[in-house]
Write a protein that binds this ligand. Structure first.
Ligand SMILES: [Zn+2]
Length: 337
């Protein structure tokens, strides 16, 4: 066996079996699902939603999640489900089923409140409550966290301290892109150690493609649904050729695989962002699942944690690494006060 391995690694760099493209193919992907009802999306945050519609969305979310579990089981793929604490409380059997199938149950917060709407104590309670509810329902420890709407940003740098104190292994909430609602465009694109104000945690950011000096969000969301699949596939393949790429974090929501859903009365841009490509979501997921190897977020995190001395470090709090567009005297500190 050892001889075989030596033979393989001794091949030339440009060999099709071992070159960058082959290396890219060998890197795992993380399929992550943010489990929340359809109306939890930020674009709908100002709307008052009929309780019957909320109940309908809840029912649809459960059905789609069960459908996802079936699709994953059929292909023997393990995934990560970032679930709201409220959902663990309302649907403990569904959360237990996710864990019993071997998937990771991670936290998406308690009720989808974005971090900048909370203070430090409020966020600490949000994380604790969701982690407890998820651990109760799943019967397993929660190691990962994803903030609603990627709301771990410069001005919520203190949230990193709270996550580290809560004993989580990793966070997947820092999207290194420029976006009107979230993002830290100068954050590393591959796993890194992020420092908040005082503490640090392992960060596994959603996938991006660096093109023309800009990070394009290719890990999920509207772009993922909007672009033709061959473009998405090529973008992912290109990003995975990066030497520093150790795996690809993708994110989806159950509602993205629910083509018959009642639509919310959103404004034109939000409507486009939300519903574009939903009709082809299931097909696209099937194509993705048939052409890659997969790993759970917690397993990728453990592998990274083992080599943490080699990982890049990035400070989200006041001080170093502040991009010129975000310059200004300690914005994080001012907003915290
Ligand atoms: Zn969410």
């Amino acid at each position: 066996m050892a001889d075989d391995a030596a033979t393989v690694t001794a091949r030339p760099e440009n060999d099709v079996a071992t070159g960058p493209a082959a290396a890219a193919r060998g890197k795992p992907m993380v399929l992550s699902f943010d489990v929340e009802e359809h109306h939890r999306i930020e674009a709908a945050s100002g709307l008052s939603i009929d309780p019957r519609l909320k109940a309908d969305y809840g029912d649809r979310m459960r059905k789609v999640t069960e459908w996802l579990l079936g699709e994953l089981a059929e292909r023997k793929i393990l995934a990560t489900f970032f679930v709201l604490g409220q959902i663990a409380e309302a649907l403990p059997k569904m959360v237990r089923a996710i864990a019993e199938a071997g998937h990771e149950v991670a936290s998406h917060g308690w009720d989808h409140r974005r971090i900048h709407l909370m203070d430090r104590d409020g966020f600490r309670e949000d994380v604790r409550r969701s982690k407890d509810a998820l651990e109760q329902a799943s019967g397993s420890l929660v190691a990962g966290y994803r903030a609603p709407t990627f709301s771990v940003v410069r001005r919520t740098a203190w949230a990193v301290d709270v996550l580290a104190e809560a004993g989580l292994l990793y966070d997947s909430s820092i999207y290194p892109v420029r976006h009107d609602r979230y993002g830290v465009p100068d954050a590393p694109r591959n796993p890194f150690l992020v420092r908040g104000m005082e503490r640090e945690i392992l960060e596994i950011p959603p996938a991006t493609l660096r093109l023309g000096g800009v990070n394009l969000p290719i890990g999920g969301g509207g772009y993922f649904r909007l672009l033709p699949y061959p473009v998405t596939r090529s973008a992912l393949a290109l990003a995975r050729r990066d030497e520093d790429c150790v795996g690809t974090m993708l994110y989806f929501h159950p509602w993205e695989f629910d083509p018959g859903q009642p639509v919310l009365p959103l404004k034109a841009l939000s409507r486009l962002r939300t519903y574009v490509g939903v009709g082809r979501g299931r097909r696209r997921l099937a194509a993705l699942m048939s052409s890659h190897s997969f790993i759970r977020g917690v397993d990728l995190a453990r592998l990274q944690f083992e080599r943490r001395a080699d990982l890049p470090r990035f400070s989200l709090g006041a001080g170093a690494d502040r991009g010129p567009e975000e310059a200004g005297p300690s914005r994080a500190r001012i907003e915290q006060a």
